[in-house]
Design a protein around this ligand. Sequence first.
Ligand SMILES: [Zn+2]
Length: 170
Amino acid sequence: MQRKFCSVCGGALISATGPHHSQRCASCGAEHFRNSKPCAGALVIRDGRVLLARRAIEPFKDHWDIPGGFLNEGEHPDDGARREILEETGLRVRLVESLGIYMDRYGDDGADEWTLNIYYLAEPLDDAEPRAADDASELAWFAPDELPATMAFKHEHQVLADWRARLRQP
Ligand SMILES: [Zn+2]
C-alpha cells in the first residue's frame, strides 16, 4: 500500500509510480520499500474434512476463513501457522507438508495492502474438539464437496481447490 509520511523525518512521501515501486520522501530522500505482508495458515484435516473458521472481525466479518494470520517479526511461518491455529481453534497441530504460497490483497475498502500467504496441510496432535476463540466466532469441519461457496479472501478458493486436486491424485 502507499504510505503518506516518511518514517525517518515525518515528511510527505511522493506517490509511487508503479504497483511494485518504492516511495521516496520529498524532504530527506529516504526510500520506502513496499512489501507484501507475510501470513501463514493451514488446512487442518481430520477424517477427510477441513476445519474452517467464521471470522469474528472485519474485514469480511462472518465469512468463512482458513485458520491463519499475520506473522510476527522474526517468526518462522511454521511457528506462525501453529500459533494462529492454537489461538483460533485451541488445537495443537502437526504440519504435514507445505501446500503453497498465494498472493492476495487484504481488506474490502480498496486499500491495496498486499499479503503473501503461506499454507500447510496439518493434522491435530490429539482428539481434542476445536473451540472458536480470538479472531474466530465459529468452527466447522467441511468435506471437500461441501465447502462454503464464498470465502473471506479470494486466494482461499485457490488453496481449497489445490487441496481438492491433491485428493484426486492417486
Ligand atoms: Zn523523510
